[in-house]
Design a protein around this ligand. Sequence first.
Ligand SMILES: N[C@@H]1[C@@H](O)[C@H](O)[C@@H](COP(=O)(O)O)O[C@@H]1O
Length: 260
Amino acid sequence: MEVVIAPAEELAVLAADAIETLLRRDPAAVLGLATGSSPLKVYDELARRHEQEGLSFARARGFMLDEYVGLPADHPQRYRNVIETEIASRVAWPAEQVHGPDGLAEDLPAACAAYEQAITDAGGVDLQILGIGTDGHIAFNEPGSSLASRTRIKTLTRQTRVDNARFFGDDVDQVPTHCLTQGLGTIMAARHLVLLATGRHKAEAVHQLVEGPISAMWPGTVMQLHPHATVLVDDAAASRLQLGDYYRQTYLSKPGWQGL
Ligand SMILES: N[C@@H]1[C@@H](O)[C@H](O)[C@@H](COP(=O)(O)O)O[C@@H]1O
């Protein structure tokens, strides 16, 4: 696991560099897309590169991590719409190449199975962008999630609903109670995991993720088992890392050509 501690703007550039390198090598690469505030600066940077430097998403494929159950198709907080607004529409990404679990399906388990199949049929995810919840969840895999789980329906914790109430007019009752989410096993099958976290409120989750024992109680810790996982954090999110100085030193002495 590589840990990079840097200002948020620099982290966004690093993540965008990794995505750009991938897309230049394989224009039809498969990207895993996260919602939440953590990846927004990365999406801004990708939109800038699309506009100013011709970075193309015309052949790229995208798979979202998760989706709320039951939000109306036109709800602005439906993750499919968030991804459309924050990244897809800004880089002229053809809508039929961006996929998400169907939180409005009548048969939700069948929709989850179909989603897993679609990821497999696409050849798997090349690079998965991730954020982390204050309770350590990745995607919507709440504490207690099976470390081998696949896409399925989950119940959101009270903490996650409180955290996400800011997107619903600060009214926690408006936040859906259920979601569909890629499982931890699904996420672990991606070839490169790139997690972003900023702010002191993420410090404990980041400490557990990087340095804690692997446990379903901190679902992100499963990433310690991934052969290519990158954790991009700012000073505040890194403030509880026991080996912070070592990660800083390691990154400073890393050759520039190496990339993430
Ligand atoms: N389902 C999303 C996650 O994919 C996200 O990583 C996390 C952190 O969100 P934020 O980046 O806004 O802190 O919580 C949300 O509930």
